[in-house]
Structure formats: structure tokens, C-alpha cells
Design a protein around this ligand. Structure first.
Ligand SMILES: [Zn+2]
Length: 700
């Protein structure tokens, strides 16, 4: 039995689920180092997210990677580059097989559900992917088998025997000795396996890979990651086991279906199978491969930067131009305990502040490539400072004054001879913003790119304050009118430049401001032509309205509550996965991860009788229960409203964790926890008894 506080302090988006770390390693992208490479220098542009492993539900860490790709893809399209953006889900492997078993589902049912959840989230966030690949799709399976055949036919695959430790969580053979020895990657106990396997001659690629990393410095970014990979490869490469026979949820090895193909060979191939490589129609492959950017989290660098190029070299296929590894998102909410965990769902932020707020925050707050932290406080602070007070305020004051003083038409500035130094400084600042933004962006320095755009916002703000258009607006003399026109034209033009630049980062709100500027659909604007002075005189503004309403203190509370309720819903679950629970905090495992009888005795489980059950207003998942424990009646809030009608629970005997510290959900105190099995993606099922049992009896 597990209770539920099975979430990590630190969450990383990953193809292979969630990993953890305590130290913040970092890598900064250098502006100069990769300036000359070909990542952004092609007529077509192909960018990929890792395909997300369906053993975990989507959370903000996955959203981070996907947003970064979406932002790049949107900008490339605005620049007129023929762009293809791929994402999808990774669905094979022992972990999935076991999780499905524990949930009483087939692996296909489980992966269908979770994959759909990812896709629904991306759709809700307006992610502009062109294709969504699933590794359980026929097109992918066929492509992976073709790749396996190609590697075998080229002499890079042989059959051998492997005995050693295997980490189910990482799906990785590891250098650990002895049954149950902790995995050096994740700390979880490993399993001993003896397998006859197919091996890939990775050792033959050591020199070629070193040559690749040294001659193409932009192949791995940032520099820190490149250096890590380089020293890993220099330390020697062993051949890689690329098949498994101990489980069956995978793609069968061609001509030897007792084996399934190693999940990483399977997963990595998605980048070409999605394009139709080796299929009847290779149009997309011919057009878009090699990829310009594989965006990944730093925990999967080795697979992408060592295995993947080696597979491609062995198959005689071109290599991707750049593999870009971002850092991890760390969650810090001091109010929560370590054991409670700090996973944040993207949905909470979408509900309360919208997708643009999340997109902006992640790219502005986190130095790309380094680890960054997330908190609701920081999110709201950023939102208010940069979006509500910054861009939002600039837009609304500028457009409102044009509406008020010039009947909603962009006014004619005075002749250039009478432009002041102030006016010229704004135009210069705008030119600089355009140049800096593009340069930083192409080096994946999103936070500095945005900083340069907001430097322009600040410049215009100062300009407006100093030139006091509202004072000019009170006067009717010609000179004041002319000056007012110049000030408002200059402000509106700077606003237009900012909006065009940052459209790919905050697409919804900028589209609205663009329309308010009277410029129509921002999607049709060609970013490569952006320059100062394009705002047409006399342009008729659209309806002016606030785009970023200010967020007050209650915003943070609302988001925290939503997360608590969600965790409360998770907290009734007592799933029994055969593998370590996803997201279990990694402690250095001293023993084999077991607890003592004394540890268990601390949990006071008792038989309770439900006296009252009712829904909690505005909380879809919560029921309020009054449960008789024999000696007392306690109030418990349980996230089982989607599984049980309240009426059906009254008079039912249930199992209660009676000594749980009280906590508040939706303003109501919950004293205890109701025990239920919680199948992955399914409805909670309350624990109960076949024989009659007195109320208050302790379970031990
Ligand atoms: Zn591991």
C-alpha cells in the first residue's frame, strides 16, 4: 500500500517520465559559440519535442519543453520558413506493461488514455504541432522494424548474452552489482536479468562521435552538455543491448518476435518514422530531414547525443543539426512539505491566468539551458510586472489616448525635422530591440530576447511619462496637437514592434493587441520585414480593451487551492504499482526501499461507517464525508466524487487513515483519509470488507 505523497520536489519533463535531482547543474548558451552553424540557415525547418512517456500525466514540466518548441516553430513560420513541428508520445516498455497490469487495463488502453490527455492539453494550449506521433501506431512500428533491419543488414547488430542489473524505471542496463543494487541514474533498486539479446555495435562509433562533437560544436547545446557527452564518449563505449525478451509490450524484432526492440531505439526513431522514412510516401522525410532542432531535457542527453547519431550513422542517414537540452524546472512552494510534493499542472494556470501567462513566465523567468524554479508567487509577480503593468499598460494607455484625442485613427506625426531627441531615441531603441531579439532567440536565449523587447517597453513608458501626452491633449493649439500626434504615433509604432516580436511567445494576447492596432491578423505579418515606421498613418484602431487584467492576491490562493484539490483527489488513491511509483522522491536507497513494521504501525487504519456524504460546492472531485470511527465522528474530504454518488456511500463501511494531520481543502477541514484503490486513469474503488466488521476496528 502506498499513501500518496508520491510526488517529487523536482520535476523534469522527459521521454522516460520524471527524474529528480537535487543539484542545479547549469549551462548557458553562448552567443558566439554557435553563431556560424546551420541550425537556422535552411529553407525548411523541422523541430521536435521529445515524445513524452505515458507513464506520467502531463504537467508543467512537459509543457515547458513543448512551449519552447512551439515558440520557435511559430517564429520560424512568421519569418516565412517552411516549418514542421512534431510532438507525440512514447508508449512501449516494461513500465507501461506493469502499470497497465496494476490498473487492470491492457497496455493499449492505458496508453490510449494518457496519450489523448497529452494531446488534449496541447490543443487547449494552442500548441501548433503539425503531427502527433504515437509509438504504438502502425506507421511507427513499421518504420522502427525497417530501421532495425537496416542496422542488421549493415552488420551493426549481433546476438549475445547479457547478465546484469536492469533499472525498470530508466529502462536501462546499469553498472551496478548485486540483486537490488541501487540504479546509479535514479537510485531505485535494480533487477537482475539474464537475457539473450541483440546488441548494437556502439563501440565502433566512438571515434566518429568524437569527431562529430568536435567538428560541429553546435550539434549539442549548451556547451556544458556537449562537454559532458564528449567526456562520456571518450571514456569508452560498450555495445548496446537493443532488444528485450523479458516482457512483450514493444515492437517485435523482425524475424525473431520473441524479442521486442529496445524502447530507446524504438522511441528515437519517431523523429524519422513520423516523416514517413522507409514508407511508401517519403515526401516529408525528403523535405524536412535532417531535423534542425531536437529539443530535449538534459536528463536524456546521452540517448539523443550518443545513441541516436550512432544509429543514424550506422543506417547511413543524415544527422540532426542540433540537439538542444534545457534544464529542469524546480518547484518551490515553501508552504508545502517535501513529502507532499510540488507537481503543478498546466491546467491550473490556464484556468486562472491563461496560456500566455504560462508561456511568458517560463521563457522569461528561466534562463534556457539552466535549471529554473517555478512558484505561483513568482508567476503572478512576473505577470503583473511585465504583462499587466508593462505591455498591457503600454497598449491600453497608447490606444486609449489615440481613441480619445484622434477619434481612433493613428495620427500623423510632425515632419521629421521637428522630431526631438526623445522621439529618435525610441526609434533607435526599437531597431535595437529587433536586432537583439532575433540574435538572442536564434541562440535559444529566450529570456534575454524577451528582456530586450521589454527594454523597449520600458523606454516607451518613460517616453510617455516625460512627454505627458495627456497634458498636450488638453491644449488645442497647433503645436501641441502636432506634438501629441508625434508622441502617440511613436508610442503606437513601438508597441507594434514589440507585439510583432513577441507574438510567437504570447500569441493570444498579441493577436488581440495587433487587432486593436487596426492591423488585422498578426499571423499574416511577415516578421522578416519588420522595421521602424511601417505603421500606416490614419490606420483605424479596433476596439480597445484591456488584454492583461491585473492579478490580485487571491489569484495565488485560487491556484494553490486548485492544486490542493487535485492532490486531494490523488490522495485517496492507493495504487499498488509493481514498479516504484512515478515521481517517488529519490532518496539514496540504503536498503532495498522497504519500511519496517514500526514505520507501518505509525499509520492508524480504522474501519469507519459513513454517516453523511455530500458534494462540496464548486469542487467537482470532492465529497464531504462524516465518518463514525466508534469513538468519534470525523469530517473527511475525499476526492471521490467522480467515482461515487454521495447517497451510495451512506451506511457503507470504509477504511480510514485516522491519524492524518488535519488539512484544509476548499476552506473545510479534513481529518483523515479514505483508502481506495486508484487505477491509472480510472475511477477510485474504495477498500471494503466481505465479512462484517465492527466500526472502529484497527487494521494492522
Ligand atoms: Zn534508474
Amino acid at each position: 500500500m502506498t499513501s500518496v505523497e508520491a510526488f517529487p520536489m523536482i520535476v523534469i519533463p522527459s521521454e522516460r517520465g520524471i527524474l529528480f535531482a537535487s543539484a542545479a547543474a547549469c549551462g548557458v548558451f553562448q552567443l558566439a559559440s554557435a553563431a556560424a552553424d546551420a541550425t537556422f540557415m535552411s529553407k525548411t525547418f523541422y523541430i521536435t519535442t521529445p515524445i513524452y512517456y505515458v507513464n506520467a500525466r502531463p504537467h508543467i514540466g512537459h509543457a515547458y519543453t513543448t512551449i519552447a518548441c512551439d515558440v520557435i516553430a511559430r517564429r520560424q513560420r512568421m519569418l516565412g520558413v517552411d516549418t514542421y513541428f512534431l510532438t507525440g508520445t512514447d508508449e512501449h516498455g516494461q513500465k507501461i506493461e506493469r502499470a497497465a497490469q496494476a490498473a487492470g487495463k491492457t497496455p493499449q488502453q492505458l496508453t490510449d488514455e494518457v496519450s489523448a490527455e497529452f494531446r488534449a492539453l496541447w490543443d487547449r494550449m494552442g500548441i501548433t504541432y503539425d503531427d502527433y506521433i504515437r509509438t504504438t501506431s502502425e506507421r511507427h512500428k513499421r518504420g522502427v522494424q525497417a530501421l532495425f533491419r537496416k542496422l542488421r543488414d549493415s552488420g551493426y547488430i549481433y546476438k549475445g548474452t547479457y547478465t546484469g542489473q536492469y533499472c525498470v524505471f530508466d529502462e536501462l542496463y546499469v553498472d551496478a552489482i548485486g540483486a537490488g543494487a541501487p540504479c546509479p541514474e535514479c537510485g531505485r533498486p535494480t533487477e537482475t536479468v539474464h537475457e539473450e539479446n541483440y546488441f548494437f555495435k556502439l563501440s565502433e562509433f566512438q571515434d566518429k562521435l568524437i569527431h562529430l562533437y568536435t567538428t560541429q560544436p553546435g550539434f549539442i547545446r549548451p556547451e556544458t552538455r556537449r562537454n559532458e557527452v564528449l567526456s562520456f564518449v571518450k571514456s569508452g563505449l560498450r555495445d548496446l543491448s537493443i532488444s528485450r525478451s523479458t516482457f512483450s509490450w514493444g515492437i517485435p524484432v523482425p524475424d525473431d518476435p520473441k524479442h521486442v526492440i529496445y524502447v530507446w531505439l524504438d522511441a528515437l526513431a519517431n523523429y524519422i518514422t513520423a516523416l514517413g522514412w522507409s514508407s511508401n510516401d517519403t515526401t516529408l522525410y525528403d523535405k524536412f530531414w535532417p531535423a534542425n532542432v531536437h529539443m530535449i531535457g538534459k536528463e536524456i542527453v546521452r540517448f539523443h547525443c550518443v545513441y541516436w547519431p550512432a544509429f543514424l550513422m550506422a543506417a547511413g542517414l543524415p544527422l540532426p543539426k542540433s540537439i538542444v537540452a534545457h534544464g529542469w524546472l524546480l518547484f518551490e512552494e515553501s508552504k508545502m512539505s517535501k513529502s507532499r510534493g510540488n507537481i503543478v499542472r498546466a491546467e491550473t494556470i490556464l484556468d486562472v491566468l491563461g496560456a500566455d501567462a504560462l508561456r511568458y513566465f517560463l521563457l522569461r523567468e528561466v534562463v534556457f539551458g539552466q535549471d529554473g524554479s517555478f512558484s505561483f508567487d513568482a508567476l503572478v509577480q512576473r505577470y503583473n510586472a511585465d504583462l499587466a503593468n508593462g505591455l498591457g499598460n503600454l497598449a491600453s494607455r497608447t490606444l486609449t489616448m489615440i481613441t480619445r484625442y484622434f477619434k481612433g485613427e493613428v495620427p500623423y506625426p510632425s515632419a521629421s525635422s521637428s522630431l526631438t531627441a526623445d522621439d529618435l531615441a525610441v526609434a533607435d531603441a526599437a531597431r535595437k530591440a529587433v536586432a537583439d531579439y532575433g540574435a538572442y532567440f536564434d541562440q535559444f536565449q529566450f529570456s534575454r530576447a524577451l528582456e530586450s523587447a521589454w527594454t523597449l517597453v520600458a523606454t516607451v513608458d518613460k517616453y510617455i511619462v516625460e512627454n505627458e501626452p495627456w497634458t498636450l491633449g488638453e491644449k488645442q493649439d497647433e503645436e501641441s496637437r502636432s506634438r501629441l500626434a508625434t508622441v502617440l504615433y511613436t508610442s503606437a509604432e513601438a508597441l507594434r514592434i514589440v507585439v510583432a516580436l513577441v507574438h510567437s511567445v504570447i500569441p493570444d494576447s498579441t493577436a488581440r493587441i495587433w487587432a486593436q492596432l487596426g492591423l488585422g491578423d498578426v499571423k499574416t505579418f511577415s516578421l522578416s520585414e519588420l522595421q521602424w515606421g511601417q505603421l500606416q498613418l490614419g490606420t483605424r484602431l479596433g476596439n480597445v480593451e484591456a488584454v492583461f487584467p491585473r492579478a490580485d492576491k487571491s489569484t495565488i490562493e485560487r491556484m494553490q487551492k486548485m492544486e490542493e484539490v487535485d492532490r486531494g483527489a490523488a490522495a485517496v488513491s492507493v495504487a499498488a504499482p509493481a514498479t516504484p511509483a512515478v515521481g517517488e522522491p529519490v532518496k539514496p536507497v540504503a536498503s532495498d526501499g522497504k519500511i519496517t513494521i514500526d514505520d507501518f504501525a505509525k499509520v492508524e487504519l480504522r474501519v469507519g461507517l459513513v454517516k453523511v456524504a455530500e458534494r462540496v460546492p464548486k469542487a467537482d472531485k470532492l465529497l464531504r464525508l462524516e465518518v463514525d470511527l466508534g469513538t468519534e465522528v470525523c469530517q473527511i474530504l475525499a476526492g471521490i466524487a467522480e467515482s461515487y454518488e454521495p447517497e451510495a456511500l451512506v451506511g457503507r463501511k470504509v477504511v480510514i487513515v485516522a491519524n492524518l494531520a488535519p488539512r484544509k481543502l476548499r476552506g473545510l477541514e479534513s481529518n483523515g483519509m479514505i483508502v481506495a484503490a486508484s487505477p491509472e486513469g480510472g475511477k477510485a474503488i474504495l477498500a471494503g470488507f466481505l465479512e462484517d466488521v465492527p466500526v472502529g476496528t484497527r487494521l494492522k
